[in-house]
Design a protein around this ligand. Structure first.
Ligand SMILES: C[S@@+](CC[C@H](N)C(=O)[O-])C[C@H]1O[C@@H](n2cnc3c(N)ncnc32)[C@H](O)[C@@H]1O
Length: 395
């Protein structure tokens, strides 16, 4: 199981030297070198480059620890990217060497710990020139962008743009249908570099086991230090990889949802992009909101379905009906003002009243911000007192 190991590395990468060394010893440097290489290859977004290659090319990622070196090759070829121990044939390779501890902090730690002080790059040109050739001779032009992407990813440069990632990864979050990334960026931007647990309901691809995970991959790029859980009513295990864990489950079933949240939560972020059936959306929110960490966010996509009877069983005849998503969310706005009602019977207290600090709406999208909502309503309190005094003096 990779996930507990990655969680340990994410924690170790931001702690003292001794704690990180303990983690390295416990997991083993060879295993960590392989995990790092896999992470770096993912972040480097190499697949678009492979289209221009006719023969495979490789880069060796070599990590040094305790006087030993642990190396894996990232090979990119016409069939995609793979990690291997040896390249086929006699091909030139660039070797990137770095201290293992420094690389763990750079890849999995907070951005202020990024360092490439120990990094050394050995180009294959040395061998080419030593045998009488010229620098660059024989190397296809795609080789340099390939090395550059790996180096960029290994040094954590450039936070990728979310709209670009969405379009590249193939999720409809940025498409003819939606323009969600700018809103996500506004609310998620400050969390990007944090160690996070994120859940998205709806992996994608519906009944096709080979389709989906586009948004999970987008979030994996966007949040380099997050573990991403994807819950879907269909089996999506095929998409499990480093930092992505899919779980089969029905968002309309509060018992299994709660058990799952107990097991892997609490969550920093929950995104509901599942069935979009109002009853399911409301059940999931009621069940999972208590498993969101303080200051976390609960996001609901595709709010328009709340008005649509066909396919989603929504309704637009009473826009405040709380059995539909939009009517229900409007009740959260009243809950936000639970301290301001003058008559006790005006509001039936809800468990979320004191826990929702903000509700932000955009076209088809809502962010619910978890945080204390106990500011008090001084004026309302005064008016209530006046009301009771007025009653008692007139009575
Ligand atoms: C719109 S897709 C998700 C797309 C993905 N989040 C993205 O942005 O690329 C909706 C997914 O929700 C899943 N789904 C439908 N009903 C569900 C339910 N009751 N519980 C969990 N998942 C459900 C479907 O199988 C489908 O894969």
């Amino acid at each position: 199981m990779d996930t507990p190991d990655v969680i340990r590395l994410l924690a170790g990468a931001e702690s003292s030297g001794a704690t990180l060394l303990e983690a390295i010893d416990a997991l083993g440097p060879a295993r960590i070198a392989a995990l790092l290489t896999s992470e770096v290859a993912f972040r480097a977004r190499l697949s678009d480059l492979s289209l221009r290659l006719v023969a495979p090319l490789g880069i060796v990622l070599e990590f040094l620890h305790g006087g030993r070196s642990f190396a894996t090759i990232v090979e990119i070829g016409p069939d995609g990217v793979r990690l291997c121990e040896e390249l086929e044939g006699d091909r030139p390779e660039t070797v990137l060497t770095q201290d293992l501890e420094e690389a763990v902090r750079t890849v999995y730690g907070p951005r202020d710990l990024v360092s490439v002080a120990s990094q050394v790059v050995r180009w294959p040109e040395v061998a080419v020139m030593a045998s009488g050739g010229m620098a660059g001779q024989g190397l296809p032009s795609a080789y340099y962008p390939f090395v550059q992407r790996v180096l960029r990813s290994l040094s954590r440069r450039e936070p990728a743009d979310l709209a670009e990632l969405a379009a590249e990864c193939g999720t409809d979050k940025w498409s003819a249908l939606h323009r969600y990334p700018e809103h996500y960026d506004r609310h998620f931007g400050s969390l990007r570099e944090r160690r996070l647990t994120v859940l998205e309901i709806g992996v994608g691809g519906f009944g096709d086991p080979g389709a989906g995970a586009e948004s999970l991959r987008m979030w994996k790029h966007y949040f380099p230090r997050a573990i991403l859980y994807g819950l879907d009513i269909e089996d999506k295990r095929e998409f499990d990889e480093l930092r992505i864990v899919t779980v089969r489950g029905d968002q309309s079933d509060p018992v299994s949802l709660a058990a799952f949240a107990e097991d892997v939560g609490p969550f920093d972020i929950v995104i509901d992009d599942g069935s979009h059936v109002s009853a399911d959306v409301i059940t999931s929110f009621r069940t999972l909101f208590s498993h969101v960490r303080p200051n976390g966010l609960y996001v609901i996509e595709d709010l328009q379905t709340s008005y649509w009877k066909p396919m989603f069983g929504g309704d637009d005849s009473d826009l405040t009906d709380p059995q539909y998503t939009m009517g229900f969310l409007k009740t959260l706005l009243d809950g936000l003002h639970h301290e301001e009602f003058l008559r006790a019977e005006a509001w039936e207290p809800q468990p979320t009243d004191g826990q929702i600090r903000g509700v932000h709406f955009y076209h088809n999208l809502c962010f619910i911000e978890k945080g204390p909502n106990v500011e008090g309503g001084l004026f309302a309190e005064t008016l209530r007192l006046w009301g009771t005094r007025g009653k008692s003096s007139s009575g």
